[in-house]
Write a protein that binds this ligand. Structure first.
Ligand code: HEM
Length: 288
């Protein structure tokens, strides 16, 4: 832990302020923003690629003659002759007009999986979507490898990311604190943060990379074991999509938590590394 200043800036009538510490190292900050930007482009271009065939399957086969679809997005004409967007998940159909299957202006609707605002490019263009997706995929892989290797070497994974037994025991209290939006600003991640970050960094990131590689014909030739590991290219595509959906869910909660915990202090820490802890935080709690 590096203390950047002492609590000598107290003035009469103002609340006591805690110390400024160095919370995030330079590798954590640089890789965080690289993957945040890369994931934005990967998400939108990925949905463009998905729209070329807006269905997901389990197994090796896909097509009309097989009965292994887990998700299908499309449009049908209702009994009244009016078209509507329909999403079928595990055999159960939902009307999703306006968002999935059919979207855009009512007088000139567009029949596509995800709507124009959720894809890059906004119009249907598979080849441009693939170029964007593969370009940012390599940035994402590079950022992840830099984070993983530097965090192994500097102890970030062991010290800050992997939950300890004490974190597991303190989980109910940590959960109750979060539900009441009560945050402790010390140098450490709390147990819930560790579980969420470990889930993203050590489970979802490797899984989304490996399932992406499994869909590549070049990789199938080089590493055929990937197809066996994930049970075929269609299952890999479905898992890739599920990882994406979980990352979107994480992102929504992540942003909400940053805002709830004090956005200026949180943003300063992930940009400059400097983080103001609560006054009178015990010395052992100030280490990150
Ligand atoms: C897809 C996008 C994003 C992902 C996957 C992501 C993921 C993560 C992860 C895994 C960490 C922990 C990093 C580590 O300790 O090594 C982290 C920290 C953090 N992220 Fe993000 N992030 C994303 C976008 C953002 C955005 C857009 C913001 C700001 C608006 C943000 C703000 C922060 C802050 C403030 C921290 C530090 C939290 C703390 O010190 O308590 N993140 N993020």
């Amino acid at each position: 832990m590096t203390i950047l200043n002492e609590t000598d800036d107290r003035t009469a009538g103002q609340p006591e302020r805690g110390q400024l510490i160095l919370r995030h190292g330079v590798a954590t900050r640089l890789t965080h923003w690289t993957w945040a930007i890369a994931l934005f482009f990967l998400l939108l271009s990925g949905l463009q690629i998905f729209n070329a065939h807006p269905s997901l399957y389990i197994g090796n086969q896909s097509g009309f003659e097989f009965d292994n679809a887990v998700l299908e997005i499309g449009a049908v004409r209702g009994d009244d002759g009016v078209p509507k967007g329909v999403t079928t998940l595990f055999g159960k159909s939902f009307t999703t007009t306006g968002v999935l299957g059919m979207s855009g202006a009512a007088e000139n609707p567009s029949f596509r999986g995800f709507p124009a605002w959720a894809t890059l490019p906004s119009y249907q263009d598979l080849s441009t979507g693939r170029v964007i997706h593969f370009f940012f995929a390599w940035f994402f892989v590079a950022a992840f490898l830099v984070w993983f290797v530097s965090s192994l070497i500097n102890g970030h994974i062991r010290r800050d990311i992997l939950p300890s037994l004490a974190d597991v025991k303190a989980l109910p209290r940590s959960l109750a604190d979060h539900l009441r939006l009560r945050f402790h600003h010390d140098g450490r991640y709390n147990g819930l943060q560790k579980f969420a970050y470990a889930g993203v960094l050590l489970v979802l990131f490797p899984l989304i990379i490996l399932t992406g590689l499994t869909m590549s014909p070049g990789m199938n030739a080089a590493w055929p074991w990937l197809l066996d590991l994930f049970g075929g290219r269609q299952t890999a595509r479905t898992l890739h999509f599920v990882c994406m959906a979980l990352l979107v869910g994480f992102f929504v909660i992540h942003i909400f938590m940053v805002i709830a915990a004090g956005p200026l202090n949180e943003m300063r820490s992930i940009i400059t590394g400097r983080y103001r802890i609560d006054p009178e935080t015990p010395e052992k709690e100030t280490r990150q």
